[in-house]
Design a binder for this molecule. Sequence first.
Ligand code: ADP
Ligand code: MG
Length: 472
Amino acid sequence: MKNRTRPLVEDVPSPVTDTAAVQAWSIICEKIANLMPTQAFQTWFQPLKPLSFENETLIIEVPSRFYYEWIEGHYATQMDLALDETLGKDGKLIYAIAPPSDNGNQFPSAKPVTLQPIISSQHQIMLTKTYSLNPRYTFENFIEGPGNSFARAASLAVGTSPGTTAYNPLLLYGGVGLGKTHLLQAIGNECLKGNPDLVVTFLSSERFTQDFVEAIRENRALEFSARCRAIDVLLLDDVQFLIDRERTQMEFFHTFNTLHQNGKQIVLTSDKPPRELGGLDERLVSRFGWGLVCDIGPPDYDTRLAIIQKFAQEECTELDFNVIDFLAQNITKNIRELQGALIRIFAQANLTGADINLDLARKALKDLCDQQDNPISIDLIQRQIADYYHIPLDLLISKTRTQPVARIRMIAMGLASHLTNLSLKQIGRHFGNRDHTTVMYARDSVLQWMKEDTKFNSEMDNLIGRIKAASV
Ligand code: ADP
Ligand code: MG
């Protein structure tokens, strides 16, 4: 056991417990209990007894020096958080070892001693500012239309005054590619514009789950909890990903409660309205309704025109109106697809050196829509991809996460979603029973890579060409 030097005090408080101490300690305990597994709390904290609370100093009795060292060695961060919240920055906590019991065989120390006080203002916790926000996602470049104006207004209000509006939590829901993530990140960027010191954390629910699972595996679950609870603005994307993940939901539930109680802002997105989030803890779903729930609908024709023009501007390209109109007429339900179509058009024009005109747009769009004419089986896609990348077919479908197999699998899932009419869930089943959100993630990543990397984009064109050729 580590040997620390600690001051001895003679004027030990009377063993009669005072009510102020009991009250303060019970609040602290409640907070600490939220930060650790029940078993740990019962073992280490329930045996402690509050003795006195005077001059912002709380004295608690520990059964032995071992308790003190264990608590300080393992739960200092949680204590720090709970004390700071309850006693304020100047509050102190002092431990006193319990006197020997009457039967005389309990603890070796003849006299109670105070141990090194914890001064709560000395935070040991590292508040990592997980910005990970994309500066491109702002309110300025979010085009408003009838389908999103309500969600946009609520988001702007939250971004301007996080934690102080009635919109807490704010839940944005809507179909894929309609701007949920864009708005969520715009809130984060706006919050930081107002106050760069805020701890703004943007996380996909998948990332939240991964981090949590990893923290458990590495015995860092408590640190994970403490970190989550130090956030000022939590932006959690795609909560539907938490469906059927009970432990992660539980962790999120506690995080939610702590943040909400402390007036911190929570914003969530989901691809479904709360009532359709079966598989999510009902207590969580009901909490989503405490603030404001907004849906984002598909863009109308005018909004689509404005969005296409904006995208073209960002690429420094001017488009003929008939090209813009053609796209706006044909891609109606998903802004990401609209973006994808434009990127394809730009890429084709770039690669072939051709001008962007209606013909080229038609050709690019025909590729996108071809799936309706020629049904392509997922089996064919998998075989073609395995063949193209020279990996065995069963490895493609296996659970292995090693690279490059995992990336090739993402490409296969992405293309399966692009080239077939199968639902994400059905595609997931064909890839070793993977979750539909994994497929969604793969699909979005592939689109993103295509957007960012022209080489990858032409590789995909090549692959799609092969798959289509093989399907006739
Ligand atoms: P979701 O999260 O709903 O699936 P995203 O927020 O990822 O959708 O949006 C897909 C793409 O479309 C992003 O690049 C986003 O910037 C863009 N986008 C969506 N809605 C708008 C809008 N109203 N104005 C401008 N761009 C938009
Ligand atoms: Mg999204």
